[in-house]
Design a protein around this ligand. Structure first.
Ligand code: ADP
Length: 517
């Protein structure tokens, strides 16, 4: 039976619990990978946002070049008061007609005097980048107007990004160098776009790469910047992004925490559920075991008196006795064993009535002292015949209780029987009645083998028998105390057990006076 349970438990562990735990552990270990993936996806999204900001800057400058190209005349003059230039943040433009080498400097911000200086600035940049012009011409002839950022200059408090391109002027190529105010571009051109992108969820920053100074931020920055990249057209300027709510690492940490908690709860529930299943299986198996024991115990209990009756009846029938005394003794044995059989059968019948919930108790006014006297009248001979001494202590003027007299008598008989059965050495039984606040009690005590403390809570279970010590050699079906317990419970009473192994046991049945159960 035990090995069957163990096999069942093993199967449940092997087929359900183990795979689920492995799966949960795998889930926990893959949490990190998942989080890394989420972080990557998030970073890709931020990347895409920065890409769109760069694209927007390019489109803006490119559109400006289109407009300049459209308005440009043969002598490189164009309407310099065009309103679009006011918002472009272009500080100065330097033109050079690549066909006739004619040059022109146009100051858009500030005074219009020191044109030569700007031409020199352009020259020095070109000197440092000797291939720039030819490269841009090659791109242009390939059908692509590239805008090349080359050179930065500081002008008063402002920094300027210098960008270069080759545009058309009729059939002439014109090399154009634009000095763009970085702060102006950031605040006038990019700011509205950045605000639109950020929309309260993100914080976008524009800051110089070589200092921790910001040129523009969409909102006050109180979080670390999650991703930062330099701008295509203004390489000295970094675009940074952070979340206005939580940073990626905060989000990731939070998610990891949630996932771990969920996984642990899952494992806990699994283990908890599994232990419940195991407990139920154990209980069922134990019940099956006790039922099997019960059948064998009852058969054993019935067989002994039956074989005695049969043996002595046969002896009497065949007149195989040599004295009248012997004949009387054999008849007595038959009578005693018949009584025992009746008792066993009654016990089983009463028990099956209880099981079928058909046992009915009929309480009446009972004087517990009288009941004990009745019991001793019927049982003292039996007790003495078994080698026991006894004492009876009855409380004078014991209050009357409302109980089913026959049932209570049966309960006491069971207790006395047990005391006889489980007192192999010191054979002494004491029966006592008394009162305590609003209750009457009757106690049966012995000086027998006692009950191990950790078993006391089980002895009232049906079919239960203590398996240690020499209890096994004593006959019984494990029903007596189950019957006693049912009887007392049905009267709203209590059973108190006080037992010490090797010293003896006391069973006290307590009935309450205001209970008419
Ligand atoms: P049974 O006596 O038929 O085995 P019971 O239900 O009357 O069944 O008792 C259950 C178990 O409690 C017994 O098997 C025995 O181990 C223990 N027990 C009951 N009464 C006593 C007692 N007076 N002294 C020692 N053990 C007892």
């Amino acid at each position: 039976m035990k090995s069957a349970t163990n096999r069942l438990i093993g199967t449940v562990i092997g087929t359900i619990l183990l795979p689920l735990i492995i799966y949960s552990v795998y889930e926990i270990s893959s949490v990190k990978e998942d989080e890394e993936m989420i972080e990557k996806v998030y970073r890709d999204q931020l990347d895409a946002i920065i890409f769109s900001i760069n694209q927007f800057s390019n489109d803006n400058i490119s559109g400006l070049l289109d407009k300049i190209q459209n308005g440009l005349k043969g002598d490189l003059s164009f309407n310099e008061s065009e309103p679009y230039l006011d918002y472009s943040s272009i500080h100065t433009l330097v033109f050079e007609d690549l066909t006739n080498s004619k040059t022109k400097v146009v100051r858009i911000i500030g005074d219009t005097t020191d044109h030569v200086e700007w031409k020199h600035l352009q020259d020095s940049i070109l000197l440092a980048n000797p291939d720039l012009k030819t490269q841009l011409i090659r791109y242009k002839e390939g059908g692509y107007r590239k805008i090349a950022p080359k050179g930065t200059i500081s002008e008063a408090n402002d920094r300027m990004q210098v960008v270069h391109a080759v545009i058309d002027n009729g059939d002439h190529n014109v090399f154009i160098t634009a000095f763009i105010s970085i702060a102006g571009f950031a605040n006038n051109v990019l700011a509205p776009k950045l605000q639109q992108i950020a929309e309260g969820d993100l914080i976008i920053t524009l800051g110089y790469r070589d200092s921790d100074q910001y040129v523009y931020v969409t909102d006050s920055l109180n979080k670390e910047v999650m991703l930062s990249k330099s701008m295509w057209l203004i390489p000295s300027l970094d675009v940074g992004i952070s979340s206005s709510n939580k940073t990626v690492s905060e989000l990731v940490a939070e998610r990891t925490q949630y996932n771990l908690i969920a996984a642990f709860i899952l494992i806990f529930l699994l283990v908890f559920g599994f232990s419940l299943v195991i407990r139920n299986i154990r209980r069922e198996v134990n019940l099956a075991q006790t039922k099997a024991d019960f059948v064998s115990n009852v058969s054993h209990e019935l067989r002994t008196p039956l074989s005695l009756i049969s043996m002595f009846a046969e002896t009497l029938m065949l007149n195989r006795f040599n004295s009248e005394e012997k004949r009387k003794e054999y008849e007595e044995i038959i009578f005693k064993e018949t009584n025992r059989l009746t008792n066993i059968v009654n016990k089983i019948l009463n028990f099956s009535q209880i099981e079928a919930e058909k046992r009915i108790y009929n309480p009446s006014s009972v004087n517990m002292n009288n009941l004990v006297k009745e019991l001793m009248h019927d049982y003292s001979y039996h007790i003495e015949r078994n080698g026991f001494e006894y004492s009876v202590n009855l409380y004078p003027e014991l209050p009357i209780v409302q109980v089913d007299k026959e049932a209570l008598y049966e309960a006491l008989v069971n207790l006395v029987d047990n005391s006889i059965k489980y007192s192999p050495n010191e054979k002494f039984i004491s029966i006592e009645t008394s009162t305590r606040d609003n209750a009457v009690w009757v106690e049966v005590a012995d000086r027998g083998m006692g009950i191990p403390t950790d078993r006391i809570h089980q002895i009232f279970d049906k079919f239960y028998r203590v398996t240690e010590g020499n209890v096994q050699t004593t006959r019984g079906a494990g029903l007596g105390l189950a019957l006693v317990s049912h009887i007392v419970d049905s009267h709203g009473g209590d059973i108190e057990v006080d037992s010490t192994p090797g010293k003896g046991s006391k069973f006290r049945l307590v009935f309450y006076l205001d209970n008419h159960g």
